[in-house]
Design a protein around this ligand. Structure first.
Ligand SMILES: Nc1ncnc2c1ncn2[C@@H]1O[C@H](COP(=O)(O)OP(=O)(O)OP(=O)(O)O)[C@@H](O)[C@H]1O
Length: 939
């Protein structure tokens, strides 16, 4: 039976139940032959042309032999339509190397070390160190250099480790290609999935919608193929491609050869079989982009963490001149204050920020991968996940299971009509058969399955292979229809176009309709009636496909979209796609976490609205993309803000909506898995797709889920919020104390006849703070916190973790002033203690007293400002508690130890400690009171 043998057509068909696309976890890389020289010599002896040889054949244009006929090219490459043998492929892999663009591999440890010098904070520190060296302030210069080296080592080490584990995770979702290879010379070709880096020149590959073009290829056969090649040409619309045996005029001077596709493009619609002509460094893409610079829109991470960093850097650069001027004006001091001014600027620097950010995000990402199988491909995306306040989703496969089953087929009056289903099956069968799609669409599978059942029940004439297939234009998400051209038995000299697709789009191409065994003209009234009939079925939650047909005189030329006109409308096929079982709960959880959900779907508005309602999400105003065409920017965002569903969206509509939401200040996530989701995945702050999404979606996404399950997103959001919370906590604590110290230092510098703190003391104190703050990176976001919707951290799990620069600066100003007040109180206490005990009260005692107080207040801030009402670590003693303890011990003991005098400190009188305890108690109470005021209002 046709529907049984159909499965033999490709090794990847039928897919396992529930998998819409082929499996994406790549097979392990085959063992490589380790003597490239020998193999190259062997190949050369056999006259085989390799990648590099090919470059010369087209006048220097890397690997694009445009002018040869297909046969000439295959001979040149020692290949054939059946593809290479495994042995040939292995030899070529060794000779030409892997199909990887050079420079896209992760940098070495040493390069990372040098690269970390380019971090703005480290660069500012380095400059301050050089200024200190220039004025021969060697002590300050040495300590600053130690800070620079420590921060570079920690950062590059952390990044190296994070990079390695991220690369390992990315491997799990790496792109694959469908290649046709043979086990040996006489063996039949088999289509199988291999990692794209294993492709070699001469391979024959299959391309389908959503596939990345994995190398430069020459088309052997193509059906309705259009490719996005924006990465190469900047052209945003898909470009049609076709197989040409011998291009007119050799084709070498064509800017866009229609029979070649280049690495870096992706298939928008249609399918093809193609011959690989250039890989790795020899592709046109490698020539254009030698480095992995991937331009992305500015994300939430860039806007928040980077925004704050640059504000601080400006502030730091202003500090030394201000200190110098104030000291010169009020104290008549000259350049001798420069080391102090430099130390004050260094005191403001959160130089551990890059280390903490990398370590915190890497830990969060690996915990997500371990516990939920979620892979974060770009570390800052984890931060952005935590900040999402609008999540856009497609409907099919997210709210529904994407396992449609045919419910019924109807004629144009709404009555049951099995003939309509049969024509839909003819379309599905021949588009799949002729287009050589690597995997069938779920709707086509459902239609073929339903007809297969009828045939099994001995329904005569159900077999769709009864007609002969002539040509196919596979489903195209822009036109929303698929066309098969067939020859019906006994109708010589005639071709029948069979079309199925979205109701509005098919109707727009129809001029007549079939009713009661006859055909009639399709007037506006009838169109309205048919649209109404479709809307009624859709409102019942059914997915609808319209089916139409047209008779044409037979011809030899290719068919294109312009031929699909003047059709006769036959009726509808209605399919039911069950709701995803966990979707309702997950939508509820997202709402509780302050995330607004928007459904952007290509489907009928009625079907989408019904799915939302059944899942407990009130659809409110249901929009279609047509209604939004004239809106842009804030107006578009406002319109979408009011709605929950936007239906009949194309890929560009989805991207436009996501971009408008982002521009209006929302941190926007987008979850999608189809070829029509790629632009939106790229436009979002965080693009999310499931592991079985089309390749191009996996490549474009920042986060890949183990499965398309909204519950997993909820978990990922929580971990993102906790990671962002830890980064925010670090910034809050560090900057509040640093600001407080700087204010106190400036005031003391102007009030006292001596420097309030020697540069070396400022820097040692800084080193202690930095070391303690590393604990934030290792603070445990406990699984309980990560998975509990009620979890409360510095970023409460029920609110998006957004770090807004203004609110943040207000926060650190308040706590900074509080910290400065404690410092000034300490100065008073020191003066009182010195006066009462008639101690020397000299600078050394002052320095020791202030050093102790500084470290103790820092420890208190770490403890009290780290968390909201509940700690992320529960009651357990975590790294932050240990760091706080160590800081307090060093603060008290270091001035009393033999190191004290070396650093210019001498022990204060015992009375000082008693008074200091009182100051600290008051400070702690004030901190707690102000923090309570801020609770619920996060910076
Ligand atoms: N294989 C197909 N053949 C013909 N028409 C199709 C096919 N697949 C989808 N369609 C029609 O095109 C419409 C849009 O499809 P598209 O894939 O853009 O979105 P969708 O899968 O319906 O929804 P979502 O955007 O939520 O994934 C569908 O509603 C359906 O009417």
């Amino acid at each position: 039976m046709w529907w049984r043998w159909y499965g033999c057509w490709s090794s990847s068909w039928p897919p396992a139940p529930g998998t819409r696309r082929r499996q994406t976890i790549v097979a392990s890389v085959p063992e490589r032959i380790s003597a490239p020289g020998t193999v190259r010599t062997r190949l050369e002896a056999r006259g085989v042309r390799t990648n590099r040889d090919l470059r010369c054949d087209d006048g220097g244009r890397a690997g694009t032999p445009v002018g040869l006929t297909t046969l000439q090219l295959m001979r040149l490459l020692d290949s054939g339509p059946r593809g290479l043998t495994d042995e040939q492929a292995e030899e070529r892999l060794v000779a030409d190397g892997e199909n990887v663009v050079p420079g896209w591999r992760s940098p070495s440890w040493a390069r990372r070390f040098l690269g970390s010098l380019r971090d703005p904070f480290t660069a500012v520190l380095l400059c301050l160190g050089l200024v200190s060296a220039a004025i021969a302030s060697w002590g300050t210069a040495c300590v600053i250099m130690v800070l620079v080296v420590v921060s570079c080592v920690l950062r590059s080490g952390g990044e190296h480790q994070a990079g390695r584990s991220m690369a390992a995770l990315r491997e799990l979702v790496a792109a694959t290609a469908s290649v046709q290879r043979r086990a040996g010379d006489g063996a039949p070709p088999r289509v199988r999935e291999i990692p794209v880096d294993q492709l070699v020149v001469g391979d024959v590959i299959r391309l389908g919608p959503g596939d990345l073009v994995p190398a430069d290829v020459r088309l052997l056969r193509a059906s309705g193929l259009t490719v996005h090649q924006a990465a190469l040409t900047g052209e945003s619309l898909p470009v049609p491609k076709q197989a040409l045996d011998a291009p007119a005029g050799g084709g070498a001077d064509l800017p866009e050869p229609p029979h070649l596709c280049f690495q870096g493009s992706s298939v928008a619609s249609g399918s093809a079989t193609a011959l690989v002509v250039a890989t790795g460094a020899d592709t046109r893409f490698a020539a254009a982009y030698g480095s992995p610079a991937r331009r992305r829109v500015q994300t939430a991470f860039d806007r928040s963490v980077h925004g704050i960093a640059w504000t601080l850097i400006r502030f730091m650069l202003l500090t030394p001149p201000l200190v110098l001027m104030a000291n010169a004006a009020l104290r008549g001091r000259g350049l001798e204050t420069l080391p102090f001014a430099v130390a004050v600027a260094v005191g403001l620097t959160p130089e551990m920020l890059p280390v903490i950010v990398t370590a915190t995000l890497a830990r969060g990402a690996s915990s997500l991968a371990r516990t939920s199988g979620v892979i974060v491909k770009r570390l800052p995306a984890l931060h952005d996940l935590g900040a999402i306040d609008v999540l856009c989703l497609d409907k099919t496969g997210t709210l529904t299971q994407d396992r449609p089953v045919v419910e019924r087929s109807m004629d144009t009056r709404g009555g049951d009509d099995p003939e309509v289903l049969r024509w839909a099956a003819v379309n599905s069968f021949w588009t799949l058969e002729l287009a050589e799609l690597p995997a069938p669409d779920a709707l086509d599978e459902a239609i073929l399955g339903a007809v297969g059942e009828r045939e099994a029940a001995w329904c005569p004439g159900a077999d769709p292979s009864y007609e002969d297939g002539i040509a196919a234009l596979p489903f195209d998400p822009v036109h929303r229809l698929a066309t098969a051209v067939v020859r019906r038995p006994g109708r010589h000299g005639r071709h029948t176009l069979v079309v199925k697709g979205a109701v509005e789009d098919v109707l727009a191409r129809c001029g007549r309709l079939a009713a009661d065994g006859t055909e009639a003209d399709l007037d506006d009234e009838e169109r309205e009636r048919l649209l109404g009939l479709a809307a009624k079925e859709a409102a019942g939650g059914l997915r609808l496909l319209a089916v139409a047909r047209a008779e044409r005189p037979a011809r030899l030329g290719a068919y294109g979209d312009k031929d699909v006109r003047g059709l006769t409308f036959l009726g509808f096929v209605a399919l039911r796609d069950a709701l995803a079982p966990s979707a309702g709960d997950a939508l509820g959880d997202l709402a509780r976490r302050g995330v607004a959900v928007k459904i952007l779907t290509g489907d009928h508005p009625g079907t989408a609205a019904r799915a939302c309602r059944d899942l407990g999400l009130e659809p409110g105003e249901v929009l279609t993309a047509d209604q939004l065409v004239k809106l842009d920017g804030p107006l578009l965002a406002e319109a979408v803000g009011r709605a929950t569903v936007v239906a009949r969206c194309t890929a560009q509509d989805k991207a436009r909506i996501v971009a408008a939401l982002r521009e209006s200040g929302h941190t926007t996530g987008f979850l999608g898995d189809g070829v029509n989701d790629l632009p939106a995945l790229r436009a979002a702050d965080v693009g999310i797709c499931p592991r079985d999404a089309v390749t191009v979606a996996r490549e474009g996404a920042d986060v890949v889920l183990a499965e398309k399950d909204l519950t997993t997103i909820d978990r990922a959001l929580t971990v993102g919020r906790i990671s962002s919370g830890n980064i925010a906590a670090y910034l809050r604590i560090t900057l509040s104390s640093n600001l407080g110290n700087v204010i106190a230092m400036l005031s003391a510098g102007l009030l006292l006849p001596f420097l309030p703190m020697l540069p070396a003391q400022v820097l040692v104190q800084n080193l202690c703070f930095d070391a303690a703050q590393l604990a934030f990176a290792f603070g445990r976001p406990s699984p309980a916190t990560a998975h509990s919707p009620a979890a409360t951290d510095t970023a409460p799990a029920n609110k998006p973790a957004i770090l807004r620069t203004r609110a943040f600066l207000r926060y650190i100003s308040v706590f900074g002033l509080l910290n400065a007040a404690a410092d000034l109180a300490t100065f008073g206490v020191l003066a009182l203690a010195a006066h009462t005990t008639a101690a020397t009260g000299g600078p050394e005692t002052f320095h020791a007293g202030w050093f102790t107080e500084n470290l103790l207040t820092q420890a208190m801030v770490m403890l009290l400002l780290r968390t909201g009402r509940r700690t992320a670590e529960g009651r357990a003693v975590g790294p932050v508690h240990l760091a706080v303890g160590a800081l307090a011990v060093i603060g008290v003991l270091l001035p009393l130890s033999p190191l004290g005098p070396v650093l210019g400190m001498s022990a204060p009188p015992p009375l000082y400690y008693a008074l200091l305890a009182a100051v600290l108690t008051l400070y702690g109470a004030a901190l707690a009171a102000v923090r309570t005021r801020y609770a619920g209002r996060r910076a």
